[in-house]
Design a protein around this ligand. Structure first.
Ligand SMILES: CC(C)=CCC/C(C)=C/CC/C(C)=C/CC/C(C)=C/COC[C@@H](COP(=O)(O)O)OC/C=C(\C)CC/C=C(\C)CC/C=C(\C)CCC=C(C)C
Ligand SMILES: Nc1ccn([C@@H]2O[C@H](COP(=O)(O)OP(=O)(O)OP(=O)(O)O)[C@@H](O)[C@H]2O)c(=O)n1
Ligand SMILES: [Mg+2]
Length: 181
């Protein structure tokens, strides 16, 4: 159980951006409404500047809070998010990476002719996980390899689709999302 909490704890700065992107989303789309040569939107209206910026900011701020909690309460045995400047690289990696993973997934969903909001099983639940891992591995390889052991990676891959479902239903219930997925 402890390793499940550690895994969720480490992923919170990548989880929260998704929720805040939904809450603060809307406005100018990242693709400026332009279409790709295949005649479909590059990303669609589901990826906006406001959502991406709000999501990334929320992830970094939450990450700083979690890092402070881990530092102030070492007895809880919760991991921090890096040492010195590395902390910023880790938090940007996790939060902006999550947003980037979701954006890349939207690009391919449009290429596959899927409408904005269409559900793509597993991709919707894990796109932001791979995005956050890829960018964090790039920006802070030492911290990433030290924190994301094979066990933590396995737990995240199993737990995230469940959390994603629960949070999407919650988001739908509070009218923050047009679909419960
Ligand atoms: C500060 C701490 C320690 C925890 C905060 C966790 C928490 C419950 C924050 C609430 C976030 C919030 C404002 C939710 C409102 C509902 C909402 C707007 C949801 C809409 O988003 C749905 C969906 C959108 O994704 P999509 O764009 O891909 O469709 O969001 C996807 C959800 C996830 C990616 C997973 C989200 C998971 C969490 C926020 C973590 C949940 C935390 C727990 C279950 C408690 C365990 C915590 C610890 C410390 C072990
Ligand atoms: N970078 C982002 C990501 C999400 N959102 C907001 O969060 C909502 C839910 O995100 P998601 O499910 O990823 O987008 P979809 O609307 O399903 O679009 P797509 O089919 O491209 O995934 C979006 O509609 C949008 O309002 C945003 O504004 N900016
Ligand atoms: Mg979606």
């Amino acid at each position: 159980m402890h390793s499940v909490i550690i895994a969720i704890w480490l992923m919170l700065p990548a989880y929260l951006p998704n929720n805040f992107a939904v809450i603060f989303g809307g406005g100018r789309p990242l693709d400026f409404g332009r279409t790709f040569p295949d005649g479909r939107r590059i990303l669609g209206d589901g990826k906006t500047f406001r959502g991406t910026i709000a999501g990334t900011l929320a992830g970094v701020l939450l990450g700083l809070l979690l890092h402070a909690i881990a530092a102030v309460r070492p007895d809880l045995g919760l991991p921090g998010f890096g040492r010195g400047f590395e902390l910023i690289l880790v938090l940007v990696g996790l939060s902006l990476g999550a947003m980037a993973g979701d954006i890349v997934a939207s690009f391919f969903k449009r290429r596959m002719g899927m409408e904005r909001g269409a559900a793509l099983f597993l991709v919707d639940q894990l796109d932001f996980v791979f995005g956050s891992w890829a960018l964090t591995l790039l920006l802070a390889p030492r911290w990433f390899s030290e924190s994301f052991t094979a066990e933590v990676i396995f737990i995240v891959l199993v737990v995230t689709p469940v959390l994603h479902r629960v949070m999407n239903v919650l988001g739908y219930r509070i009218k923050a999302k047009k679909e419960p997925w």
